[in-house]
Structure formats: C-alpha cells, structure tokens
Write a protein that binds this ligand. Sequence first.
Ligand code: ADP
Length: 485
Amino acid sequence: MSLKILFLSAEVAPFAKRGGLGDVAGSLPKALHELGHDVRLVMPAYGNIEDSIHSGQFDIQAREGGLLVPMGGGAELAGVFEGKLPGSHVPIYFIAESSLFRRPEVYGYPDDAVRFSFFSRAALELTQSLGWRPDLVHAHDWHTAPAITWLATAGQGNPFFQNIPSLFTIHNLSHQGKTEWQIFDYLGILTHSLVEEAYGEVNFMARGIQHATLINTVSPTYAKEILTEEGGAGLHGLLRHRSYDVHGILNGLDYSIWDPAADPRLVAAFSPDQLKERLANKRALQIRANLPQRDDIPLLAMISRLDYQKGLDITGHVIHLLLNDIDGEAQFVVLGSGSAAYEQMFANLASYHPDKMTAFMDYMPELAPLIYGGSDMFLMPSLFEPCGLGQLIAMHYGSVPIVRATGGLVDTVSDGITGYTFHNYEAGAFWEAVQRALRAFRSDKSTWQRIQTEGMMADYSWRRSAYGYQQLYEWALARAGRQLD
Ligand code: ADP
C-alpha cells in the first residue's frame, strides 16, 4: 500500500543540519520513497537556503502565488519554494517568511515558539493548497509538534484535515519548546492545560506526546528509558500514560555516504574480506596525528560533541590509566568540539603524553572517516544516548566500539560479539571494558577479527528503519479507523 506522508522537520540535511535530526530527515524519506510511499518534506527556508536558491546552488524554484496562512485570527502571506531532496525524487517544500526564518541560525531565538508555530501551521495549509491530502502527518521534535496539536484540535473543524492520524518522533526529549499560552491564540487553538505545564505555560514536547496518534523515539531502549523518572525529563508521567503508544525504531546509517569500500576520504579502501588493507589507514592516521607508526600498538579513538551527555566525566581517568598502563602501550586520538572544560581536559592529557595521544579540538568532518577507518577501538561511554551514530559508523569501518549500555548503544552493540559494553556510569567499569578489548586485541587475534567483521557486516541501513516506520504508519492509520487496502 502506498501512503501519502507529510514529513515535517526543522532540520533536513543537506539544507540545514545541527544534529541527528537533520540526518534522519535527510535520509529516512528517501528510504520510504523506495518502499513506494509518496513522502513530501516541508522545512523552513532559513537564511542560507534562501541565499543558495538565489545563487543556484540547489535546484529549487519559487511557487507562484505564495501561501496564505491563517494565523492569529487573520492571515499571513508566506513564500513557498519547491525542489527535490538531493539524490532522490522526494519533493521538498520550503516555507519562506523572511522576518521569521531568514536568519543565520536554525534555533536559539526568543521567538522560536512563534517561528515554529507559524511553520507548522503553514506546512499543513500547504497540503490543502496543493490539493494533496496526506494519509498521515509525521512530525519530529517539539518544533513541529504545533502541527500535531492543531490537527488534533482546531483542524478537526476542517473536513480536509479530519481524521488524519499523526506520528510524533522524539529525537531529543530535553528540548521541550516551552512558551506562553498566547501561542494558542496565534494558532487558533482552544484547549485546556496539561499537568506538565505550569500556569500560563505551553510545553510543545508534552503537547506532541499528548496529541499524536502514536509516538516513537530513535531506539527501542531509549523508548523504555524515557518512561522512567531518571530518563523522562519531567514528562515520564505523560509518557507512561501513553506507554502502549510509545515505540522505538533505530536510526539507520546512510551507506551511500559511509562505505569503507568506496570512501574517497580514506587512504585505502577495505571490506570485511580485505581487512589487511585497513592498516594503511591506521598508518595514515598515525602520521596525521603525529604519533609513532606502529601496527602492533592499539589505537583508540573518540569522535564526539564535547557535552556531558557523552560520558566525558568518566573518560579522563580512563585515558590516564590507558596511557600509563604498564601492561602494554596504547595510542589515543580524540576529535571533538564543544564545552571548553572538556577541550581543556583533553588538551591537558595530550600535553602529558605527546607521543601517545593527539587531541583535535575542532569540528572536522573531513578527518572523521580516517579516524573511524584507522583506529582499532572507538569509545562511546555516553551517560545517555537516544540512538547514536558514532558507534554505527565505527562498526561499519572496522573500529570495535567500547560503549556504555544505554539507549541506542544497547540496541546496536553486543558485548563480545560486535563490541564491548559496560553498565555502571563510572570510570572503573569503563576501564574494565577497555581492558577486555585490549586483551583480545593483543593476544587473541582471531576473536578480534571476528568482532571486527561481525560489526562491519551488521545491517543498520535506512531501509530497515523504513520498514519499522511503515509499520507504525499502518498502526496509526488503523487507530484512526482507516482500512488498509
Ligand atoms: P549526536 O547527534 O548526539 O552528536 P551521534 O553519535 O548521533 O551524536 O552523531 C554524531 C555525528 O557527528 C557522527 O557522525 C560524528 O562522526 C559526528 N561528529 C561529532 N563530533 C564531530 C567533530 N568534532 N568533527 C567531525 N564530526 C563530528
């Protein structure tokens, strides 16, 4: 059955990406399209997008006539651009409203709630003006939750929108889009407040959870963790209330971008049956990092946003133990940017061990593939991790992940099979897992190679995720009383 899916996101790679959300919105629609669905994307036309349209960087055209968006009891005129998601036939529309979106950043403005409320309402209005009635609205994170709330309330008064089910995907529960109650006047919504909202406050994340037909997060384990007080960011009560409707679907990896057999950013291509070729990347990485070129020394790596979420508070001590280890030598390369305190921590460690460690404290997408393809082990000791992409890339590139068993890391890394895991959030447990990996690397080559190849061959394609989403779409339609053909 082919479904018409309206896909709403504040970020879509390559047009605008600030994190995993941009990757998902840039990849999943293509995989859904390949399954035969009519997916259409809508995102805001940020400053860089309007500029690139005028410079011809993307093949995007303005739609004639624009779009009248009913807001605040009146109507506002917006521009609409249309094109295709690069490398696909998936239509993408951009809502242009210069005073709201023609800015350098995607988020972080005091009027974000107004910006994304306008965007959400405009995206729904666009479907009506196109005469394209979606079978389902798939909204992502709080920025597009206003569309779900409008659909479930005011939208029910409009026959075009009646009975359209929705799926709300949570990528990051900690950003909730809290704003003032007046936003509902702007959206034309009459509703009552939720227990999760303070007096006069609207919490769009809570609204998405409350009003969506179904809800999902980006891994099955994270879907369970957010039902607990510890992982629920204040919304666990609401989430528990809807626990039967909360699902988890792992993100995929775009294998057309991440392919060690054809990645021009590597020094040497390799595959599971040509693992020896991989060594040329390790040597190139050692040169790039100014470390001794030694094949026998285990080279550990980390690529990460430098944020407390990523487990950096238990990492410093482990690196210290690793580089002082009397049982054998090791090398460590870290690529990361973010918090100044963690940058300082890594810079200090590197200055103690200049011949064993290098810290690249920057955002360097061109260097990342060589680190994935040249290191022996990849560290990801996250405090929490909704899905995680780093471990998927590392596995695919033959770097054995050592991860904390949380969120998506539980669902993707199996201890002793595709990597090494530890549970307690403390340096001792982390160090114990690193030692197990080091022992296998140094003295059990056959186990090591089996773990490497097992990880390289695991299937985390978007196609697999797309089947999961297709299943949720069908359930949501059935919930709305729609018969499946
Ligand atoms: P998150 O989305 O929470 O940052 P993920 O593991 O899901 O974590 O995705 C991180 C992505 O960003 C990976 O593709 C990783 O290679 C990349 N990345 C993180 N930090 C850097 C950096 N400093 N330079 C280059 N790429 C980076």
